[in-house]
Unconditional design. Structure first.
Length: 197
């Protein structure tokens, strides 16, 4: 949640409702483990840690607290995104979290991380394929199915990494999709479907 909030605040200062809209727009519950109800608790932790600060409202709701990222918050989220892209996936959505915020890194750095990830997955595929060949005669059907699933997953991850690298390399602009545009205005104008909270 903290990475998602800090990455959103890198784009523009926002209040809690805008941050919730941004997460609903991105449909984060589909690809990340986060609950919209945890936004305010995470904001409180980030503010206490001096990673965000309250700023003037400038035309927003009178009761809403508007937050902006601090230099320490920007440093923290960039380090977290870099580390997330470099570590071996612990969950299926680690790469999705990286992709959601990779625009905070230099494009070359993001592409290098994806290239290294692809190489690491290819290495794991080689090990899994060799192990599967050695173990196949000695495991029951369910064991073979599990190994086949792992190999298929690793192959799909390599293909996905290749597509990510190709598409991010050819992207004309590098940065947040909405730039500094207010999410409330974007949602009103486009009527984009939002995730239900």
């Amino acid at each position: 949640m903290e990475i998602l909030l800090l990455a959103a605040l890198c784009r523009a200062p926002m209040h809690g409702y805008e941050l919730k809209l941004e997460l609903q727009y991105k449909h984060v519950q589909w690809w990340a483990k986060c609950e919209h109800g945890h936004i305010y608790a995470a904001l409180a932790r980030l503010e206490k840690g001096k990673f965000i600060r309250e700023v003037a409202k400038q035309g927003r709701r009178a009761t809403a607290r508007v937050f902006a990222i601090t230099a320490a918050g920007r440093k923290r989220v960039i380090a977290a995104v870099d580390a997330l892209g470099r570590k071996e996936d612990e969950t299926y959505f680690d790469v999705d979290m990286f992709l959601a915020a990779c625009h905070l890194l230099d494009r070359k750095q993001a592409l290098d991380i994806l290239e290294a990830r692809k190489a690491a997955v290819a290495s794991r595929l080689g090990e899994a394929t060799q192990l599967e060949a050695e173990m196949r005669p000695h495991v029951p059907t369910v064991g073979r199915l599990i190994m086949e699933h792992r190999i298929a997953y690793l192959r799909a991850e390599i293909e996905f990494s290749e597509r990510c690298i190709e598409q991010l390399r050819s992207e004309r602009q590098w940065g947040a999709f909405l730039g500094g545009e207010r999410i409330e205005e974007f949602v009103k104008q486009t009527r984009v479907p939002l995730e239900r909270s």
